[in-house]
Ligand binder design. Structure first.
Ligand SMILES: [Zn+2]
Length: 273
């Protein structure tokens, strides 16, 4: 939930650009992989940046989000390029009163035909979170961090307890920043209804999830960069785990008792260790 004064359209575009570049810096968005969206409930004027308007039908009805604004990356666009020319890579979508259709605002520089093919998953998560928490701001990022994704190909890391007890043992900051741990989502075809449904469930209990054999999704009701940070923390954890596997598992990481001491000192509520 954000308090006034709210970020303006240009600020939001800039933060999406910075998050996109950061995800590219950690090698989590090769080619055109990954997508970013934010949803906000305060009024903004899209036409200053996005003068072209079209009507679209939404992937699902979202009646409680009537009037909400989304900024969404375009299909096939590169996250690292958003920062150079945000309006070429992002569309602005305002939900109509009926919650079934929307106005899509784009710029003359637009370099995409449609919004990201994962928009159904983004919209479903925004809808679920915004209705349940009442927040006025929500950011969602999908990226493909390599160590996290690699580990999700190994069956034992698809188990939630195994995944979290092994990944969150490598740095004191991990349990502090990811107290709910990382939620594994079983493999489903990208863009499918099954992925959308399992993803919503996992993101109710976690702020970052791993789509097994595919990539990660993170959410934040504070900022798009906070969502990117969550992917970076999870990827850092996975990288340590990978290093340990490759080295023949000589290290045990922080012991459960040490992690509980950290949680006590920092007032972290968690049920993983
Ligand atoms: Zn993907």
């Amino acid at each position: 939930m954000l308090q006034a004064p709210y970020p303006e359209l240009d600020d939001l575009l800039e933060m999406m650009g910075e998050a996109g570049r950061h995800l590219a810096d950690i090698e989590a968005s090769e080619g055109a992989a990954g997508n970013i969206s934010v949803c906000l409930r305060w009024p903004i004027e899209p036409r200053t940046r996005f003068p072209l308007v079209d009507e679209i039908s939404l992937p699902q009805p979202v009646p409680e989000l009537a009037g909400a604004t989304f900024l969404v990356s375009g299909s096939g666009r590169r996250l690292r390029e958003i920062i150079d020319e945000p309006t070429a890579n992002i569309a602005c979508l305002v939900v109509d009163k009926d919650g079934r259709t929307g106005r899509i605002y784009t710029s003359h520089q637009r370099r995409f035909e449609h919004v990201t093919s994962e928009f159904n998953s983004h919209l479903a998560v925004h809808y679920d979170q915004m209705v349940s928490s009442g927040t006025n701001f929500h950011a969602v990022i999908h990226a493909q961090p390599p160590h996290m994704t690699y580990l999700s190909h190994i069956p034992r890391y698809q188990d939630e307890t195994y995944l979290n007890t092994h990944l969150l043992r490598w740095q004191p900051e991990l349990i502090i920043n990811l107290p709910e741990g990382i939620g594994p989502v079983p493999f489903h075809v990208p863009g499918s209804a099954e992925l959308m449904a399992d993803n919503i469930q996992a993101l109710r209990r976690h702020r970052v999830v791993i789509w097994c054999k595919h990539g990660a999704m993170a959410r934040s009701d504070v900022s798009v960069k906070r969502a990117a940070d969550r992917i970076e923390y999870a990827e850092a954890a996975a990288r340590y785990e990978y290093l340990n596997l490759v080295a023949g598992e000589p290290a045990d990481g922080l012991a459960p008792g040490e992690i509980r001491e950290i949680c006590q000192a920092f007032g972290v509520q968690q049920t993983i260790f």
